[in-house]
Design a protein around this ligand. Sequence first.
Ligand code: FMN
Length: 190
Amino acid sequence: MKHVLLAYYSHAGHTSRIARTIAKTIEEAGHKCEMVEMMEIVREGIDWDQYDTVIVGTPIVYGTYNKIVWEFCSAFKDKLDALPNSFFNVTVVARSPEKATPFGNRYLQKFIRRSAWKPKDLKCFAGKVDYPNWNWFETLMIQIIMRMTDGPTDRTQSVDFTDYEDVKRYALHCLTLGEPLQEIGDIRID
Ligand SMILES: Cc1cc2nc3c(=O)[nH]c(=O)nc-3n(C[C@H](O)[C@H](O)[C@H](O)COP(=O)(O)O)c2cc1C
């Protein structure tokens, strides 16, 4: 049985929902998965020795990652490197398939360039346009971006672009991290 640490940051709750889907999928497969906010780990520490895989997940807000994400990845670089690991981001640009790949997602490229920790495995998820739950300023900013990129602009609507079946596949894939490749066609590079 594996014990997975899922360290996450969520600005408005949607990445938490994705993380819960990952944790539930891992648990249903007979393993343990603990979701912990990056802020808590940075402030209080964690017993890294109990985990044998780590997943790190975060949304993009205003074109960047929250300060706590950079702090977490820098403070725990060695701990992260010592475990099979994966990093995922959540963005609305990833609603276009070409921007949902590690090569096509500029925010993921930015992370790889700037982060002290270089993840061994990468994933992009499309997030949620959640006008009813955002404040007026957030709503206005995203409406402007959505207008420019042909996305939803009706501020009375939430549109969830996340493919939860893909989230579940990713969760199961994370259980195979660190194991020898078995099939030709697996694109992981160890
Ligand atoms: C204030 C704000 C700024 C955002 N900026 C971006 C952005 O620059 N690029 C992008 O692709 N998505 C952006 N998003 C979309 C979020 O990444 C998406 O809604 C995600 O699901 C949010 O996850 P969370 O609820 O866990 O914070 C933004 C969302 C908010 C609320």
